[in-house]
Design a protein around this ligand. Structure first.
Ligand code: G3I
Length: 330
């Protein structure tokens, strides 16, 4: 085998995947890599399954783009990781600025989850049921869901999801769990909250939006994954990218990575993917786009960028070669 997914399978894991979106479908060079046999085994829609897209107005459901991503997965023989149901961001205004009470918001939330999951029933290997419910200090993030329903909205989401699609794995997904121990404590509290409610939670997704040179070691990351595995859930890297911080002094004003920075990025990718290899309950790795051309990072964090495995003009970066070597030797 040579592609990342094929190598990942040989290493005993389930998939190596990538986020993608319908905006990328007309780019032939991009599509050639996405479809290359053995490179990827899983795709995640980067935006098209989010609430503002799937239910922009109450009880008005739109699946055009999400269906197109699902068809792309089928065409390429890839699994689909579905993303995401209960999230404070990319909410339509009818949800975020409605005046709700417990009964009405419960109805809106369960209707959304049931409708979306029923539409994609049988197509999703896993769903990110609840996304980013935590602040950096591990407390619950203020959101319309938390304000009206308290932490009960979390088990409610999982219970509703389990009923809608009994075959999809159900995940809690968040970022900075890798770097904030208080936030990781919060995620552990969420897993236990759902388990103690009697609802099903199958996995914790660690987004892993990381920074070159500030990525924890393989050993630290593996310990984090195994801490969650011990709770009885599987784990995965769900949105991996490792951005250069071009505002740092080592960049000397440049906004293109030099050889040293590319080598550090490669080492950091090896730490993250290696930690998954080290934890038997880590099922796979998803990168959040595979080319710098379409990364979300530079527009959201000016001064940061080039976080992906391929350059913007589709050359494999040292990080690609390092991950490939790591998996070949696993
Ligand atoms: O669709 C509109 C388009 O009509 C409009 O013209 C354009 C103008 O700005 O905006 C388009 O929406 C953008 C959308 O992506 C689709 O391209 C939004 O502005 C933009 O904010 C949005 O960004 C996405 C972001 O989530 C939103 O929070 C990124 O692409 C996406 O990569 C990012 O993904 C998130 C995960 O879902 C959760 N974890 C963090 C991760 C990175 O932020």
């Amino acid at each position: 085998p040579e592609g990342l997914h094929a190598l990942m399978m040989s290493a005993g894991k389930e998939y190596f995947g990538t986020a993608t979106e319908t905006d990328n479908f007309g780019d032939e060079s991009y599509q050639a890599i996405l479809a290359y046999q053995g490179e990827f085994g899983m795709i995640t829609p980067e935006n098209s399954q989010k609430w503002e897209v799937t239910e922009p107005r109450r009880n008005h459901f739109v699946y055009t783009n999400a269906d197109a991503v699902s068809e792309k997965a089928q065409d390429n023989g890839h699994l689909l990781r579905c993303h995401t149901l209960t999230w404070h961001s990319q909410l339509p205004s009818f949800v975020s600025s409605g005046s709700w009470n417990t009964t009405t918001l419960t109805s809106v939330l369960t209707t959304h989850i049931t409708n979306v999951m029923t539409h994609f029933k049988g197509q999703c290997y896993a769903w990110d049921v609840v996304n980013e419910a935590l602040n950096e200090d591990g407390s619950y993030r203020e959101s319309v869901f938390y304000e009206v329903l308290g932490d009960e909205y979390i088990p409610l989401s999982f219970k509703t999801a389990a009923e809608a699609d009994p075959d999809a794995k159900l995940y809690y997904n968040d970022f900075n769990l890798e770097t904030s121990s208080k936030k990781a404590d919060g995620a552990e509290r969420i897993v236990k909250l759902v388990q103690e409610s009697g609802a099903r939670i199958d996995g914790v997704g660690f987004q892993a939006h990381l920074i070159v040179g500030q990525t924890p070691s393989r050993q630290t990351l593996a310990a984090l994954l195994s801490r969650f595995a011990r709770l009885g859930v599987e784990v995965a890297w769900t949105e991996l990218d490792i951005a250069h911080d071009f505002s740092s002094s080592s960049s000397n004003g440049s906004s293109t990575a030099n050889a040293t920075q590319l080598e550090q990025q490669a080492q950091d990718y090896v730490s993250v993917v290696g930690a998954c290899l080290d934890e038997p309950k880590c099922v796979g790795v998803t990168v959040w786009q595979f080319t710098d051309k379409y990364s979300w990072v530079p527009s959201t964090f000016p001064g940061r960028g080039e976080p992906c495995l391929w350059t913007a003009d589709y050359k494999k970066k040292p990080a690609y070669d390092a991950v490939s070597r790591l998996l070949r030797e696993a």
